[in-house]
Write a protein that binds this ligand. Structure first.
Ligand code: WTA
Length: 676
């Protein structure tokens, strides 16, 4: 191994780590390889089960997997009740609900009644700390409220919330009842929200008056009203509104209810439903290769088993840790590593409501200093934006409580990795670069902080129980070199299907390389067997760690009255990783000027959400197409990234178009250059 660009686990970290060497990792990996089912069964026993499973894995009808078949469990119970001890008088009934044990449990060894479960800070510096006991009480109350509205196992609820404790409370309350939730990121538009409510046929929408972002009120309830206007979303019976800013809100009588009113005086006793291991815990919509978002379905038992196991391997938690994953609960990272994973592990998880640079660029470092945060898990985009703001901001705060750093969501460039390591981690904290996806449910490729020598930019090696491969076009293994990243065996936290669309699930993930799951990512495997994930090879773009489909943005653009045709590609961006560039042909009377470009950017932002706003709009006379009429995105990608064109373009309909495009690109660059 080339040690020049390798960072060994710091000895002080290694000493107390649960996995301390590559030999130990390899032993564990081999054990899982030999008998994956026995391996995962042992991890599942870390959870509480009301009834034992009969079979660890049912893979008789691939690609549809079932894990811990017949087992009964509950995610909220495992995140809350399992950590509580009860007074003697209540112990009996608690023991009764605990049911049949399956093997050795470490449950209830530590009582966390008065330990902080959630530490929350609002953008306006408000602060709330909920202990495990308090969180349990609030979840039970809200679950009883939902029950009162007629929700039961199998019902569906949409959550459209800012980053406040009630978002986690609502998720856990749904989980407690077996109500399948779908969290829609608060930055998505009313239109995007409507599509998701309609697809899920949700009965209830849980939202907030507003959230805060850069001091601005984000009016969530207003977007819900817009989404439900007219005859849209007929499935929705009730809208529950939590008060964040105490804004005056029009409430539709018979439909809208205040969270406070609904839970006032309600019982704190709400037994957790004994749910099938395969019960759908949540659906999370994510962008795919077509315009319509896909509803990724996650299960209960298998999901929590692997989320908990990976959290413990990758973040190596210690008693007293304050753990901060900066993701929003609207994304999968927020599900697995803000709410379910940390709480299942009995950690103190921190939630921050607002922007990282508000009111000043040191806000995050201030939070770390104030709460003595020990683990920070964030995105490369965030790190790159801090690099740009300068070292003086983190240097002005005490970051000595940090002991481990993590990244997720996109490839991290080595320069940003080293900055993170030096400026934030003071060369004392290991960095875990974790690769996974909405579909995988949990981290699958990552260093183990006390064992794996890190190479900046590489997610290193698969975690135990995970079988990855890099293959060529024909599906042949590429031992060393570049290829497609695939997974060759089912894993407990894998998505079970796409909501109401099992065919699309098969087609999307399991057809490109039969028998194997195709991630949509390209990757390189180096001589040491390290995996370097390069990015998407499909029509998905990763903007600031957020997944968007080019088709989604294109469909939005062509709905605008001025647009005839549109093609969207990702262009390299210094901070966001990728930025959206739109190539647009206009209808006759529309002027190709800055005002139209601004109008189109605003349009997309309103239709999908600010994160989809194109960075650049290029007006062109025609789009380059193949003879069969397909837009040549590869070419457009090349134009925006290199300003030059190479390769086989013989199927191009009109070389002139291409030349014009690339000429235009050059001119724009020149103009930009002049401006600088
Ligand atoms: C990318 C986020 C490189 C990848 C949890 C993947 C990464 C997509 C990494 C999933 C990483 C995620 N290195 N690329 N460490 N982590 N990705 O569904 O392209 O929002 O397919 O899940 O992000 O994005 P998603």
């Amino acid at each position: 191994m080339d040690l020049k660009e390798t960072f060994l686990p710091p000895p002080h970290f290694q000493e107390t780590a649960s996995i301390r060497s590559m030999e130990e990792y390899e032993r564990l990996y081999a054990e899982a390889q030999r008998d994956p089912e026995a391996f995962w069964a042992e991890r599942a026993r870390r959870l509480h089960w009301f009834a034992p499973w009969q079979k660890v894995l049912d893979w008789s009808t691939p690609p549809f997997a079932k894990w811990f078949v017949g087992g009964k469990t509950n995610v909220a119970y495992n995140c809350l009740d399992r950590h509580l001890s009860y007074p003697t008088s209540a112990r009996k009934s608690a023991a009764q609900t605990r049911g049949t044990d399956q093997g050795p449990f470490d449950t209830n060894i530590i009582s966390r009644n008065n330990q902080a479960a959630i530490i929350w800070e609002g953008e306006n510096f408000e602060q709330r700390i909920l202990t495990y006991q308090e969180l349990h009480r609030r979840v039970a109350k809200f679950a009883n409220a939902l029950k009162g509205l007629g929700l039961k196992p199998g019902s569906r609820a949409i959550l459209y919330m800012p980053m406040i404790p009630e978002a986690a409370i609502a998720m856990l309350a749904c989980a407690r009842l077996g109500v399948t939730h779908s969290v829609v990121f608060g930055g998505f538009s009313a239109e995007a929200l409507k599509t998701r409510i309609e697809d899920l046929e949700a009965e209830v929408v849980i939202t907030c008056d507003a959230g805060l972002r850069r001091g601005k009120e984000i009016l969530l309830k207003q977007s819900v009203d817009e989404a439900l206007a007219g005859s849209a979303c007929p499935s929705v019976r009730k809208v529950i509104v939590c008060r964040r800013l105490n804004l005056h809100m029009p409430m539709q009588s018979g439909r809208d209810l205040w969270w406070d009113d609904l839970t006032f005086g309600i019982s704190e006793d709400c037994p957790a439903e004994e749910l099938d291991s395969e019960h759908p815990l949540y659906v999370l919509y994510t962008s795919g290769t077509t315009g319509k978002p896909k509803g990724v379905v996650h299960s209960t038992g298998g999901y929590l088993t692997q989320v908990l196991a990976t959290l413990e391997w990758v973040f190596d938690p210690k008693p007293g840790d304050t753990y901060w994953c900066t993701a929003d609960v609207g994304w999968v990272t927020g599900h697995s590593y803000v709410v379910y994973g940390p709480l299942a592990a009995g950690l103190t998880t921190l939630m921050y409501e607002g922007a990282p640079d508000w009111p000043k660029p040191d806000r995050w470092w201030r939070i770390i200093e104030k709460y003595r945060v020990s683990v920070l898990y964030t995105s490369p985009t965030a790190i790159r934006s801090f690099v740009r703001q300068g070292e003086q901001w983190p240097n002005g705060r005490d970051l000595s409580s940090l002991r481990l750093l993590g990244t997720v969501g996109e490839p991290i460039n080595p320069a940003a990795w080293k900055w993170y390591h030096r400026v934030i981690g003071k060369e004392r904290c290991p960095i875990v670069d974790t690769w996974w996806q909405t579909e995988t449910g949990s981290i699958l490729i990552s260093p183990l902080p006390g064992a794996t020598p890190a190479k900046p930019g590489s997610a290193t090696k698969p975690l135990p129980g995970v079988a990855v491969d890099v293959v060529d076009d024909k599906g042949e293994r590429v031992p060393v070199g570049k290829g497609y990243l695939v997974l060759t065996r089912p894993w407990p936290a894998m998505l079970r299907t796409l909501y109401k669309d099992p065919e699309r699930y098969k087609e999307n993930y399991w057809s490109r390389f039969p028998g194997r799951y195709f991630t949509g990512d390209a990757a390189t495997r180096d001589e040491d067997g390290y995996i370097w994930v390069l990015g998407r090879v499909d029509d998905v773009i990763n903007v600031a760690g957020h997944r968007l489909s080019t088709m989604e943005v294109e469909s939005s653009l062509v709905r605008h009255t001025a647009v005839a045709e549109a093609a969207v590609v990702g262009a390299p961006h210094e901070v966001k990783g990728q930025a959206i560039h739109a190539f647009v042909t206009l209808k006759h009377d529309a002027p190709a000027d800055d005002a139209t470009a601004d109008d189109l950017r605003e349009w997309v932002s309103h239709e999908i959400g600010p994160l989809a706003r194109p960075e650049r709009v290029h007006f062109v006379t025609a789009l380059p197409k193949t003879r069969s009429g397909k837009i040549m995105r590869r070419l457009l990608r090349e134009i925006v990234s290199t300003q030059s064109v190479s390769g086989d373009t013989s199927t191009l309909e009109d070389y002139g178009v291409l030349l014009k495009l690339s000429q235009q690109g050059k001119e724009e660059e020149e103009i930009l250059g002049e401006k600088k």
